[in-house]
Design a binder for this molecule. Structure first.
Ligand code: COA
Length: 330
């Protein structure tokens, strides 16, 4: 059995900053409402038509460089996204072309907010068995073009933003390692946060009537999602602690999926962790779904909040419902 580690990280967000005040011009909302309920000041939206693969590419190039490998060393490309450019094939196919890596296997995974940790777990298994040495794992979202930015969609659309984060997962020859991953799901709650159309069981998959009814937009039972999130996040962190014989005091930093500042604060409180140990950058990017954890790792590293040898816990919860954690020795 080999060990895997996060060997390199990269990020890319659109330059276009959308503040809460910009949203006030599109819908009946206010900076105060958004800040108080979510902690979000601003998010990034693409301006030109930019597909998920295009947004991901600069993040991938940075991650490969940061890992000190050549892109030709990549054995597998895994993309986590809920906003692929097309229904079929997945974003990883388009990204592989942009990376000029013909022949390298491509895999899209669809577990929304938990996508990066699910992808980390998949990559970890391939490295452990010795099948692959270097895997490029991307979390990317182009959400802005798919949101209902009218007052009708305001409960959800003020939360989300565009962005990409990439990681190179490589065989480890030192103490740095992915120590454990734990994945969970409960499809009974699938419709609490979902995009209904296009639907796969009718012809045509999307109709004028469905568009009129707004079925192409994501819908959320916000209170229900919140209620589950604040239970599942601490639970899945504790699962990681137990698997590694750690107490909460052994943890240097928790990097949670950036869903909502109130959820992040609830995680800190329930785990009895000081807020400084639960990383947050949601104020500047909003919720970037699959991209949020690699974007948070990227920023935390740049801010000196993750150092070599640190015990790091990644945790996610979201649509599906899915939730997951990973314990990482940096
Ligand atoms: N701006 C202004 N008012 C808004 C609004 C917005 N963007 N969105 C909703 N409102 C209104 C509602 O219409 C409601 O008005 P009413 O009382 O007249 O009916 C009022 O604000 C309160 O809405 P409510 O839904 O009770 O707010 P809330 O306190 O539950 O907060 C969320 C809403 C979405 C912020 C909160 O439920 C949440 O954070 N849920 C989890 C979401 C999440 O993290 N999702 C991603 C998971 S990965």
């Amino acid at each position: 059995m080999y060990k895997s580690k996060i060997a390199g990280i990269g990020a890319n967000v659109p330059e276009n900053v959308i503040t809460n005040f910009d949203l006030e011009k599109l819908m009946d909302t206010s900076n105060e409402w958004i800040l108080e309920r979510t902690g979000i000041h601003e998010r990034r939206f693409i301006t030109q038509p930019t597909g998920a693969a295009e947004l991901a590419l600069p993040a991938c190039i940075k991650a490969v460089k940061n890992a000190g490998i050549n892109k030709s060393d990549i054995d597998l490309i895994i993309v986590a996204t809920l906003t692929p450019e097309h229904q079929c094939p997945g974003t990883s196919s388009f990204l592989q072309v942009l990376l000029e890596l013909p022949g390298v296997p491509t895999l899209d995974i669809r577990v929304q907010c938990s996508g990066f940790i699910y992808g980390l777990s998949i990559a970890d298994q391939f490295i452990k068995t010795g099948q692959y040495k270097n895997i490029l794992l991307i979390g990317v979202e182009v959400q802005s073009v798919g949101l209902d930015l009218s007052t009708e969609g305001r409960d959800l659309s003020v939360l989300f933003g565009d962005g990409a984060g990439a990681a190179v997962i490589s065989r480890s020859y030192n103490d740095s390692a992915i120590l454990s991953t734990h994945l969970f799901g409960d499809g009974r709650y699938a419709k609490d946060l979902w995009v209904e159309a296009p639907v796969g069981y009718q012809n045509p998959r999307i109709s004028a009537k469905m568009l009129e009814e707004g079925k192409q937009y994501p819908k959320m039972n916000g209170k229900h999602v919140f209620k589950h999130a604040i239970v599942r996040f601490p639970e899945v962190v504790r699962t990681a602690l137990k698997a590694n014989n750690w107490t909460i005091d052994d943890v240097d930093i928790v990097i949670p999926h950036q869903a909502n500042q109130r959820i992040i604060e609830a995680i800190a409180k329930r785990l009895e962790l000081p807020l400084e140990k639960v990383y947050s950058n949601i104020h500047k990017y909003g919720n970037t779904t699959a991209a949020s954890i690699p974007l948070a790792i990227y920023d935390a590293l740049n801010e000196g909040k993750i150092k070599n040898g640190d015990n790091v816990i990644l945790a996610a919860f979201g649509s599906g419902f899915t939730w997951a954690s990973a314990a990482v020795r940096w």
